[in-house]
Ligand binder design. Structure first.
Ligand SMILES: O=c1ccn([C@@H]2O[C@H](COP(=O)(O)OP(=O)(O)O[C@H]3O[C@H](CO)[C@@H](O)[C@H](O)[C@H]3O)[C@@H](O)[C@H]2O)c(=O)[nH]1
Ligand SMILES: [Mn+2]
Length: 703
């Protein structure tokens, strides 16, 4: 159909049900009659059974149903549940441009100029409020972008009216190219602007019969040719009659003219079937009436189907509506097939199967039973017996096997995970019992379950066999695997890790291990039993290894803990000029420092006023009043006090008057640390308070 790069233009309509078949056909004919040069396509859903078509292309599309049809009920059109199927138009990218027209439209002229629109999407306005476009006539360029976007909306039921018009207006908004209303004239029987119609009717391009009442459903008789609405409906009938009616509608004189035999216009019965008053058969048939006991007493039943009766489809319906409530006896009916006579030459029985009432094509027969009348009865009557209840002589004995049978060993649940049958050998060793033998890896899986872990630890004393007694699947691949940890087993790895750790320690630690600490009692000659630098997180030092400090625990020296680790631990060479630890007397050093400081100060002050702290000093004739000297200047006036060596704690404040006190202790500073102006590398005073508070002061402060 599409050759080369040039894509075709096509008019397209939609047929979801055969009930719109008359409309679809009239639309096609109206366009053809008007002389269109374009091809006609119709999208049909596979369950739309219609071979009757005048369209060039019949395109089967998937039905797109609205899963959230609430809004459809709001506008009283639940029949539009599958209107989303219209979205399939955008998927038809084999066409260059599509002019879509609803099946309830009749074209007054061919509107081929719509194919020349440059816009991707054009539509005519819907009548009234709000400002929407009507989706009965659309000129569109198929593209998958719009298709997927609208499909996403359809899948979520996004549409303000539940149908395609709501969805499309939400998708396109006001980005559409507005067509003239004349392309989609929606007449209303209630509102007519007659003068305008009279004046402008020549401009009408297409008429769209919106709403539930379509011309073919209303029937020819509903129009009277009086007024714009009837005139427009008449245009629809004119096309229908031109192609399908065996009778030409009533002329001005009110008479019907019959088509002469051989004249075009014999509508296929399926088309006639959905046009009110069109099929007009007079069917007489006899239906057998089934009695409850299966007896047949055929009762003549007559049905006259008048021409203006809606949807006549009674062929074969006797199977359904004459079934008795208790008995279904379709078999017997075969002997009494209804005699169907049809004035229209049996066309009706050709198209509809004889097997029953077709719910898709007609309303139910008027004399049929209520729905579900043949369902089995599921309610029960109360007993009306008024006699007293008599207990039976004996009640049946309870069943003899009413016990719960405990599952046997063999009924144990199957193990699910491999480690249930192949538990790894425990390798944990407890510090309290460094010699606790580790049970060697058992040969049989049964033994595997009876591991003893830390025998001296009551917490781990095994009480009887292990609970889990799942049998091991002997000979599985798991047994063949090595179940030990090479890091624990292979001494070479141990040694290697050890040396690594030793190396790292010797780089970061200055202090060598003190020899006295390495004598914890678990030094063993057997390499396998040695404590080594384990990498396990839970491998804590034992109590012996831990230094016993009464208050604050000191960090454990790993070097001492891993007793054998300092076999070749060399002492680091002493730093040059730094005295050994035991040679260093802090008190003596402090005293030395203080002395040095006072000498410097004396030099600065010119070494005046020795030993006169209690007297006022006169400088250049002016008397300097007596006041406490700043801290650190005491030694200027007094002999350097003897420092109490080795004593740091008694914080006496006897140094208030340093000239009196000869046995001063080191005053505790009230301030320590550099000031805000401190710069790195600069010396700063660690004590700047002139004096500590007196006992009196303290008393006051503490009360
Ligand atoms: O049972 C049905 C229902 C609909 N259709 C097709 O779907 C179209 C839309 O249904 P219709 O009854 O014509 O709707 P309208 O009464 O015209 O209502 C308006 O609202 C509809 C839902 O939004 C839009 O599709 C219409 O274009 C718009 O005019 C019809 O023309 C048919 O092509 C069927 O084939 N079978
Ligand atoms: Mn419509």
């Amino acid at each position: 159909m599409v050759t080369g790069t040039k894509k075709e233009d096509v008019y397209a309509s939609l047929l979801l049900t055969d009930t719109y078949l008359p409309g679809a056909l009239v639309l096609a004919h109206s366009l053809r009659d008007a002389g269109t040069t374009k091809k006609l396509a119709i999208l049909v859903t596979p369950d739309t059974v219609s071979t009757e078509t005048v369209y060039d292309y019949v395109i089967y599309v998937d039905r797109i149903r609205n899963g959230k049809p609430a809004n459809l009920f709001l506008m009283n059109r639940p029949d539009l549940h599958s209107a989303f199927t219209k979205i399939n138009l955008w998927k038809q990218t084999q066409f260059r441009k599509i002019v879509y027209i609803d099946a309830d439209v009749v074209a007054y002229r061919a509107v081929d100029e719509l194919f020349d629109l440059p816009h991707a999407f054009s539509a005519a306005p819907d009548i009234g409020w709000p400002d929407l476009f009507n989706t009965g006539v659309m000129a569109l360029t198929p593209n998958m972008g719009d298709y997927y976007a609208m499909m996403a909306m359809a899948e979520r039921g996004i549409s303000f009216d539940g149908a395609d018009q709501g969805l499309l207006n939400m998708h396109f908004g006001n980005t559409y190219n507005r067509l003239s209303f004349t392309y989609n004239v929606t007449p209303s029987a209630h509102y007519q602007y007659v003068p305008a119609y009279r004046h402008f009717q020549g401009s009408i391009n297409m008429v769209h019969f919106i709403g539930a009442d379509k011309p073919w459903r209303q029937g020819r008789e509903s129009t009277t040719d009086a007024g714009p609405f009837d005139e427009m409906t008449g245009r629809w009938w004119a096309v229908y009659d031109r192609h399908y009616h065996k009778e030409v509608g009533p002329d001005r004189s009110g008479r019907r003219k019959s088509l002469t035999p051989g004249q075009a216009g014999h509508a296929p019965s399926i088309v006639q079937h959905f046009v009110k008053g069109e099929y007009n058969p007079t069917t007489r048939y006899v239906v057998p009436t089934g009695e409850p006991n299966g007896q047949q007493s055929p009762t003549p039943s007559q049905e006259e189907h008048q021409g203006n009766q809606d949807h006549v489809a009674h062929s074969g319906d006797h199977h359904v509506h004459h079934e008795s409530q208790d008995h279904i006896h379709q078999e017997e009916h075969t002997s009494a097939e209804p005699k169907v006579t049809n004035e229209s030459g049996g066309a009706y029985t050709e198209t509809l199967p004889q097997t029953g009432w077709d719910a898709q094509r007609s309303s139910p027969p008027t004399d049929s039973g209520p729905e579900a009348a043949n369902f089995p009865r599921t309610h029960y009557e109360m007993s009306r017996d008024t006699s007293q209840f008599q207990a039976p002589d004996r009640y049946p004995s309870p069943p003899s096997n009413m016990w719960y049978s405990v599952p046997s060993e063999r009924d144990q649940p199957k193990s699910v995970f491999p480690w249930e049958n192949n538990a790894p050998r425990p390798t944990r060793v407890f510090a309290e019992n460094p010699l606790a033998p580790v049970t060697p890896a058992p040969k049989s899986p049964g033994e595997q379950r009876r591991h003893v872990v830390g025998r001296r630890n009551p917490l781990f004393t095994p009480i009887g066999p292990a609970i889990r007694t799942a049998p091991s699947p002997g000979g599985t691949a798991w047994n063949s695997l090595n179940q030990s940890n090479a890091w624990d087993e292979i001494p070479q790895i141990n040694r290697y890790v050890d040396s690594m750790q030793r190396h790292r320690r010797s780089r970061s630690q200055i202090q060598a291990a003190s020899p006295g600490r390495s004598t914890s009692g678990e030094r063993q000659e057997e390499p396998s039993e040695e404590r080594r630098g384990s990498i396990k997180v839970t491998d804590f030092p034992t109590e012996d290894d831990r230094p016993s400090l009464p208050v604050t625990p000191a960090p454990v020296r790993r070097r001492q803990f891993w007793a054998n680790a300092d076999d070749n631990g060399q002492q680091l060479p002493a730093a040059e000029g730094v005295p050994a630890q035991d040679e260093w007397d802090p008190a003596a050093q402090l005293q030395k420092l203080a002395k040095q400081q006072s000498e410097v100060l004396l030099e600065k002050l010119g070494a005046s006023g020795t030993g006169q702290s209690q007297e006022s000093i006169s400088v250049d004739g002016k008397e300097i009043p007596h006041r406490p000297l700043p801290f650190g200047s005491e030694d200027i006036l007094a002999e350097a006090p003897e420092l109490v060596t080795g004593q740091t704690t008694p914080r006496t404040v006897e140094s208030r008057s340093p000239s009196i006190s000869t046995t001063a202790t080191i005053a505790v500073p009230s301030y320590q640390g550099p000031g805000a102006m401190f710069e790195k590398g600069e010396d700063y005073l660690t004590q700047d308070t002139p004096a500590q508070p007196t006992e009196e002061d303290l008393d006051v402060l503490q009360t």
